[in-house]
Design a protein around this ligand. Structure first.
Ligand code: SIN
Ligand code: FE
Length: 297
């Protein structure tokens, strides 16, 4: 098992310049070990006429991203012909991200499920938000309405900025360190709360004890300004034209600056990992000393 990297050692760089072909492969141990795989020469090439879609004016003003899932475009407005072109752009990104992960992670072939692909046109710094939604604070990804029940979030990002601006992240301490630090503050869910949240349609499926713990890790980190300032961390610049891949439910991250990004989410069962022990589910269960999912007998 790869040891979990200190923040300044999180990045692993590869010189690939083609999505479908290249020397890099069998990188499961690195990405599962908490590294960010970094491809500074792997560009997503816009076709003539597509640059106009970088304008935030294509957003419908409600969603913060323009996303595509199962062929349906969300969060954009415009005439039908333009929206079809915008959907084609995002769909091309989804295909290239798929080719890339299949090449890099042979172990996951046929097991990764594609979620949303999105174009994120807004300037990171102009985005008003509550502390809980503020992704400029270090966090691991966990979402109140979307219980994952242990399923992993693997994300392929690309900086599409045309003005030379990097996307600047901070990356934090290894997941096990975060769990150990927060463990004294982690509370079990109230009995019956999962059924209540489901009945009230706060969640799309029952919030498992695993999801409850992940949300607390997310919220405790974001709400703790001392943690934000003093936790182990390193700044990372992703230059325009850079692609990067990370398990965002595991690697603590924050976005500080940048504009124009593509993103594709993949889901993976922890049992399909090369080393399932590195999953947030297993780390949480190990540190807390109890099961966090009801598994079929
Ligand atoms: C996040 O997942 O926290 C957002 C990353 C980004 O916008 O660069
Ligand atoms: Fe995040």
């Amino acid at each position: 098992m790869a040891h979990s990297p200190a923040p300044h050692d999180v990045l692993r760089s590869f010189d690939d310049h083609d999505w479908a072909e290249g020397a890099a492969t069998h990188l499961e141990h690195l990405v599962e070990g908490g590294h960010v795989l970094h491809f500074p020469a792997l560009a997503f090439v816009l076709r003539p006429g597509e640059e106009r879609f970088l304008d935030p004016a294509w957003s419908d003003g409600r969603a913060k991203n323009i996303s595509l899932r199962a062929g349906t475009l969300r969060g954009a407005h415009g005439d039908a012909a333009a929206l079809a072109e915008l959907a084609a752009l995002i769909s091309r990104y989804a295909e290239q991200a798929q080719a890339l992960v299949e090449r890099l992670f042979p172990q996951y072939r046929g097991r990764l499920r594609a979620g949303n692909a999105s174009l994120r046109p807004f300037d990171v710094e102009g985005r008003p938000s509550s502390w809980r939604k503020d992704d400029a604070r270090l966090h691991v990804d966990a979402f109140p309405s979307n219980p994952m029940a242990g399923v992993r979030l693997l994300r392929v990002f690309h900086n599409l900025n045309r003005d030379g601006r990097p996307r600047t992240w901070r990356v934090g301490e290894p997941f096990a360190d975060l769990v150990e630090r927060m463990a004294p503050r982690l509370r079990a869910p109230w009995p019956g709360s999962a059924a209540l949240l489901r009945a009230l349609r706060v969640t799309k499926s029952p919030r498992t004890p695993y999801d409850h713990m992940m949300l607390q890790l997310h919220d405790l980190a974001k709400a703790d300004l001392d943690y934000q300032r003093n936790a182990p961390q390193a700044a990372v610049d992703f230059a325009p034209g850079t692609t990067w891949i990370v398990f965002s439910d595991q690697v603590s991250h924050a976005v500080m600056r940048g504009q124009h990004m593509m993103e594709q989410t993949f889901y993976l069962d922890p049992g399909d990992q090369l080393v399932p022990d590195t999953s947030p589910l297993h780390v949480l269960e190990r540190v807390l000393g109890r099961p966090l999912l009801r598994r079929p007998a």
